[in-house]
Design a protein. Structure first.
Length: 121
């Protein structure tokens, strides 16, 4: 399989999982870092526009509900908009669970929000 097709497939899995976790419920505040030519956020808002991208607004001081790192090639540097959250910080933060990972992508969610996503409202 072509690597670009595989990458798009992995991205769609992350977007689908994010949307599934928040559909019909309170959306997540999502932080994203990507390579400079790849800063696509439209799918992160969700089908009902229930999620918010925290990089684009003033910081509330609270940690985001979800953090997504994505790049087209593993050797490309990440580009940050707003406050800089590094993958190393997320791996060591016990408040978050790593839900998906590949060579070019990581998807973290706050454990408390993950538990809430699976309860009825």
């Amino acid at each position: 399989m072509d690597s670009s097709v595989l990458l798009m497939s992995q991205r769609m899995e992350v977007y689908y999982l994010l949307d599934t976790l928040t559909a019909g419920k309170e959306g997540f505040h999502v932080y994203m870092a990507s390579d400079i030519g790849n800063f696509w956020v439209t799918h992160m808002y969700g089908r009902r526009l229930q999620n918010r991208i925290v990089n684009f607004g003033p910081s509330s001081g609270e940690k985001p509900d979800a953090v997504i790192f994505q790049k087209f090639e593993k050797d490309q540097p990440l580009f940050f908009v707003g406050p800089k959250i590094l993958p190393e910080q997320m791996r060591s933060d016990q408040e978050y669970a790593l839900l998906m990972q590949s060579e070019t992508m990581m998807f973290f969610v706050k454990k408390a929000r993950l538990e809430k996503a699976f309860t009825k409202q």
